[in-house]
Design a binder for this molecule. Structure first.
Ligand code: ZN
Length: 165
């Protein structure tokens, strides 16, 4: 198990475009395994390679214990619907924003064995795929969030909402 350092907002590597993966190498396998360790350690649901300082088009997503996805060179073939909701990022600690994303996406990618696969995602998984794909293009959700709050402010606004009006 190896936990890598998560790059944070302000680090120029997060604004760079990641490169396609041409072949699966032992080094690449190690990177993917470390990405899972790093994501789980940080209690995240997704992580893109640039977030650990590697400009490769690799994403790992784990929305729950039974659903983990390794997406290599992912491409979104179809976007449908709309969802507006809270979003955070391991590279932007302590913040939450409101971001509108497609509610459904169809994504094509290679898996760890470099086999082509298609994923039909909706809800949280669709949101995660879009968020992580933005990382591969050098973009952070803070660029498109309509509101960006400190997590303490978020708690307060949730309490206020619950207490009435
Ligand atoms: Zn992120």
């Amino acid at each position: 198990m190896a936990i890598r350092t998560i790059r944070e907002i302000g680090d120029p590597i997060l604004n760079k475009k990641a490169k396609e993966v041409k072949e699966m190498t032992p080094r690449m396998k190690e990177l993917i395994s470390d990405m899972y360790d790093t994501m789980r350690h940080a209690n995240g649901v997704g992580l893109a390679a640039p977030q650990v300082g590697i400009l490769k088009r690799i994403i790992v997503i784990e929305t729950d214990e039974e659903s983990s996805y390794t997406l290599i060179n992912p491409v979104i073939l179809k976007r449908e619907g709309e969802q507006r909701g809270y979003e955070g990022c391991l590279s932007v600690p302590g913040k939450t924003g409101i971001v509108t994303r497609p509610n459904q996406v169809v994504c094509e990618a290679l898996n760890e064995r470099m086999e082509r696969c298609t994923i039909e995602a909706e809800g949280l998984l669709a949101r995660c795929i879009c968020h992580e794909m933005d990382h591969l293009e050098g973009h952070l959700y803070t660029e498109i969030a309509e509101e960006l709050m400190d997590n303490e402010e978020l708690e307060e606004s949730r309490e206020n909402t619950e207490s009435g009006t």
